[in-house]
Design a binder for this molecule. Structure first.
Ligand SMILES: [Zn+2]
Length: 186
């Protein structure tokens, strides 16, 4: 949704071809687009695509340097799960209560997700792990799975930590005005 909309903020694009770091062929197409985004300001999106080996990479560089930001969100009820988070390719999302962490490096340079979506992602990962792991570890996985399921219906309060070294990732839309948020800027 956010990605579809950003094309309207594109200011200029440069395209050139380089040698691919993976296959060595001169088929790596680099596309640099400058955007002037609301909330974020001027950012440069660099997407690399190799037609020979399929290597793909997206980077986003804010042109106005911001400071590292760490945001703690206290999720207290089911409504808070609707809080929307803006995630960039540099954003790390952590839920300490279940020891889960979503590391940066996704293909999409930006995306907006809500907290429920983050929990769902962890559940999907756990169910894949459950298929692969040996039986002793399955008990542990099912304990965490049950805990996440309780969190998803608002029965267990928890903390969401958003960490972004570029200071861009963060809260996109609050579930309610009184949502408890603590913010640290380095
Ligand atoms: Zn290649």
């Amino acid at each position: 949704m956010f990605e579809d909309k950003i094309t309207q903020y594109a200011k200029e694009t440069h395209t050139y071809t380089l040698e691919c770091p993976y296959c060595g062929k001169n088929t790596l197409v680099v596309n640099e687009t400058m955007y002037n985004l609301p909330r974020l300001g001027e950012v440069l999106l660099i997407s690399k695509n190799c037609s020979s080996c399929g290597y793909k990479h997206n980077d986003m560089i804010p042109l106005k340097k911001k400071r590292r930001r760490r945001i703690y969100i206290k999720v207290e009820n089911k409504e808070d799960l609707k809080t929307k988070i803006l995630r960039t390719s540099m954003t790390r999302i952590e839920i300490p209560e279940i020891g889960a962490e979503m590391v940066p490096g996704i293909i999409a340079p930006f995306f907006v997700t809500n907290i429920e979506g983050v929990l769902q992602r962890f559940l999907d990962i756990l169910s894949t792990m459950n298929l692969l792991e040996v039986s002793e570890k399955k008990d542990n996985l099912s304990i965490i799975t049950k805990k996440i399921e309780q969190m998803m219906i608002g029965k267990i309060p928890f903390t969401v930590i958003i960490d972004d070294p570029w200071g861009i990732g963060g809260i996109y839309e609050k579930s309610r005005k009184t949502l408890v948020i603590t913010e640290y800027v380095e």
